[in-house]
Design a protein around this ligand. Structure first.
Ligand code: FAD
Length: 398
């Protein structure tokens, strides 16, 4: 049987539910469609089950896009404070963990229940699980063919996210719709993802898996430069931890990362200055600043003897050792891919969309929101803030 609505939102994740709720509460008839059997799985697993639902300090500078100005309008019209006001109405307790990152005290389920309740207030109708076979437009109506019947809609909002974590239902649906309607795309690639190194060069570091330490990491130049001061984690296959997830979104294949393993100390200077009074061997000296397993391995990898006395080393050697620690230059061979990536960079080219309404310029009535769009946040609650803000922008205009 054919159903007709004002707005069909495809994808009932963070952005889709927010958009449906806002449009519904404006009096629009809204149908929310998702192919998954379980609602909003990404919200559920986010932030270790507590959902880092926003970042109190979010600004447009925390987002990557070919057009860094695009996100400004939506982000300024729906701010972290607006989302907090909604949370307060539902009495959902939260706390700040680190650098403005806000998490639920109890569970990410609280956010899902809140969005469901907001949809109910807008009388949003649901179809899930429901597979969309085709979306076509004739005259002023979209015709959506699904395995549960045909839907006619005046507006369609695509909120099916990116490619990250296919195991929990990510698909390329948004990109296929973009192709069908001849919309430009920015090539998608995994973001906020652990980086890997070729097996042979990584072998000496494998025993260090599990070691974490605060570092500075940078890559790229000028406008494309990324810089973060966060924790780094050694893994069996490469590097992870917040520092690496953050920098991965800026990293271009074939280019190096520069990592300062001891940001607070100029190691060469400290070694040379302390040389005359030091009775320590190199391993013990470095263990003042680095985890001792890392210090020992570092010396071996860089051709130094762990038991060599600092006092016996030439200044040139200590400068070389210091540089290897304060400016570790290393080229990843790739990433752990969409299987582990928290987000997908790229997506629908923002030149195709209105920054006020998220509607495509070429196909009136067709909108894209959330992660499907070429706007990607840093690690730390920014991606949900974009999902909420872009969802509200579309919900207010459909
Ligand atoms: P999604 O939330 O991914 O929703 C897309 C929806 O579309 C899904 O329900 C999916 O089932 C549905 N769908 C997909 N294809 C189809 C199709 N063909 N037909 C019908 N429906 C379809 N961000 C933060 O800000 N803070 C965090 O703490 C955080 N933690 C994360 C942890 C993990 C492990 C991951 C993977 C991501 C995390 N993120 C976090 C990123 C954040 O989850 C996403 O950026 C955000 O969910 C994007 O919202 P969205 O609505 O665009 O897409």
């Amino acid at each position: 049987m054919t159903k007709q609505v004002d707005v069909a939102v495809i994808g009932a994740g963070a952005a889709g539910m927010m958009c449906a709720a806002v449009a519904g509460q404006r009096g629009k008839s809204v149908l929310l469609i998702d192919h998954a059997a379980k609602l909003a799985e990404k919200i559920r697993i986010s932030g270790g089950g507590r959902c880092n639902f926003t970042n109190i300090d979010a600004t447009p500078q925390n987002f990557l896009s070919q057009n860094p100005h695009f996100c400004k309008s939506a982000l300024s019209r729906y701010t972290p404070q607006d989302f907090l006001a909604l949370m307060k109405r539902y009495r959902i307790a939260y706390h700040e963990k680190h650098k403005g990152q806000l998490f639920c005290d109890d569970s990410a389920e609280d956010i899902i229940s809140m969005l469901k309740a907001e949809c109910a207030l807008g009388n949003v109708a649901w179809r899930m699980p429901c597979s969309v076979k085709a979306v076509n437009k004739s005259d002023d109506l979209f015709r959506i063919e699904t395995n549960t019947g045909e839907i006619l809609a005046s507006s369609v909002v695509i909120a099916t996210g990116g490619l990250s974590i296919p195991k929990i239902g990510a698909t390329d649906f948004a990109y296929r719709i973009a192709k069908q309607f001849d919309l430009k795309m920015v090539e998608p690639r995994p973001g906020l993802v652990p980086l890997t190194f070729d097996l042979a060069s990584w072998e000496p570091f494998v025993p260090l898996a599990g070691i974490a330490l605060p570092v500075e990491v940078e890559t790229g130049v000028k406008k494309a430069r990324g810089y973060f001061k966060e924790d780094l984690l050694f893994t069996h296959r490469g590097l992870s931890g917040p520092a690496i997830l953050q920098i991965s979104s800026f990293w271009e294949p074939g280019t190096p990362l520069i990592i300062n393993l001891v940001p607070e100390v100029d190691i060469a200077k400290a070694l040379i200055e302390g040389k005359s009074s030091s009775k320590k061997n190199l391993g013990n000296q470095l263990a003042q600043w680095l985890p001792s397993r890392l210090a020992d391995e570092w010396l071996i990898v860089n051709g130094f003897k762990s038991d060599a006395r600092v006092a016996d080393m030439q200044d040139k050697q200590l400068r070389q050792l210091g540089a290897s620690i304060n400016r570790w230059n290393i080229i990843p061979n790739g990433s752990e891919g969409y299987r582990k990536a928290e987000v997908t960079l790229g997506g629908i080219d923002t030149r195709e969309l209105s920054q006020q309404t998220m509607m495509t310029n070429k196909v009136p009535g067709l909108h894209f929101i959330g992660e499907s769009v070429d706007v990607t946040g840093w690690l730390g609650g920014y991606n949900f803030q974009w999902a909420w803000a872009s969802g509200v922008a579309a919900g207010q205009s459909v």
